[in-house]
Design a protein. Structure first.
Length: 406
């Protein structure tokens, strides 16, 4: 069975967003050739990760997975240039798939933005393949809840129609979000189409990670590792760092590791607040994550207080944190909270830096053995629910079944 995945932002194994690669590699190991159509310009680094020269696309074999690098314009902000990048990528991905000699049996369109998924839909229709719609972001609901779109505006209505079209014509809806029955049903689509395949982790990447000893020493190092984007609410971490500095907790340090549009502004804000307890190490590729994570005594992650998260978001970085076997402080209001379910740390509501600082102090006050037990519970939970081999098997079982009319 030949599988195609159209994912604008699918990083190779040395990148950050490796979900599509990790699953594709497992498919290849099972004897199913897999091709990923991806943009040569990285949204996570704002630079070209592959040079195409005069070509509109080129192929590359990466550990058995075929990557088709697609040309598109650069951008450095969420403006018209990014929209153009989406349009150019989706158009060229469609054309490049159209002229390829091999014919896929399965096409997965991934909706980091819906135009890429739409390109996948049309490729599946023309190449007579089965179409699966993978939903990583809910468009336009994400933009509406972030205040970037009016729910009654033309753009939102057009995107809603596009999303409904993809829901209707997909054989199955591959959801990363945990509780989307209500959302899908509101579009007039049967919830029986939903297949939950959340973010996962390849544990082999963490073999070099030093065993966690419960952090008996000081300073106690709390790490954020991820994208510096508005949805990650890193300002709230700075607010909590300010509270802890005011309380005289010089024994607690924050390491904020990553890249993204907000990084410069956040570093400037930390400087203006004179936060000596906050550092900003640079981003690291996925293959070096374990080495970086070894420097953490605990992890922190949070979300803004938005209605969007009632659908139970699947967080890529939380799975990395769980894999590291260290306790986690999570702030947010999501119907899916693996930290709370696994008892792998402390979960608190968003929007209150005093409460967040209290949770951090509670964690620091625990014994090393208690913190080790939190980390072990989190890793066991990961193996059960977010282990890439299990997730790939779940997806492959559906691909190998007889086609179901959309």
């Amino acid at each position: 069975m030949r599988i195609w995945i159209v994912n604008h932002y699918a990083d190779p194994p040395d990148g950050l967003a490796t979900r599509s690669f990790d699953i594709a590699k497992r498919m290849v190991e099972k004897g199913h050739p897999t091709t990923i159509f991806v943009c040569a310009f990285s949204h996570y680094h704002f630079r070209y990760v592959r040079k195409l020269g005069w070509r509109l696309w080129r192929d590359e074999d990466i550990e058995g997975v075929r990557y088709v690098w697609i040309a598109a314009n650069s951008y450095h902000a969420n403006d018209w240039r990014r929209v153009l990048n989406m349009v150019v990528f989706s158009t060229l991905a469609f054309i490049s798939g159209l002229v390829r000699r091999e014919r896929p049996e399965v096409v997965v369109g991934v909706s980091v933005h819906p135009l890429a998924a739409l390109a996948g839909f049309y490729l599946a229709r023309i190449r007579r393949a089965r179409f699966f719609f993978e939903v990583t972001d809910l468009w336009p609901q994400t933009l509406i809840d972030f205040g970037l779109l009016s729910p009654e505006g033309r753009t939102a209505r057009a995107m809603r129609r596009l999303e409904r079209h993809l829901f209707r014509h997909a054989e199955r809806i591959v959801m990363l979000w945990r509780h989307t029955d209500e959302y899908v049903k509101s579009q007039g689509i049967s919830t029986s189409k939903i297949l939950w395949v959340p973010h996962g982790v390849e544990l082999e990447r963490y073999e070099e990670l030093e065993p966690y000893r419960g952090a008996p020493g000081r300073p106690f190092r709390i790490m954020f590792l991820g994208g510096f984007v508005a949805s990650n609410s890193i300002d709230s971490i700075l607010d909590a760092a300010t509270v802890l500095a005011r309380r005289g907790r010089g024994d607690i340090k924050f390491l904020l590791v990553g890249s993204g549009q907000e990084r410069g502004r956040l570093m400037e804000r930390a400087r203006s607040l004179e936060l000596d307890n906050v550092e900003f190490p640079p981003a690291v590729p996925k293959r070096e994550v374990a080495r970086t994570m070894a420097g953490a005594d605990a992890f922190i992650y949070g979300l803004r207080d938005l209605p969007l998260y009632r659908f139970g978001i699947s967080l890529n970085k939380l799975t990395d944190y769980l894999a590291a076997g260290r306790p986690i402080v999570f702030f947010g209001k999501s119907t899916y909270d693996p930290v709370k379910e696994a008892q792998a740390g402390f979960s608190v509501p968003p929007g209150d830096p005093e409460v967040l600082a209290d949770a951090i102090e509670r964690l620091v006050a625990l014994t090393p053995v208690e913190r080790m037990e939190m980390g072990e519970r989190g890793r066991r939970y990961l193996l059960e629910h977010h282990n890439i081999p299990k997730l790939a098997e779940r997806l492959l079982e559906v691909f190998e079944k007889e086609p179901v009319p959309a």
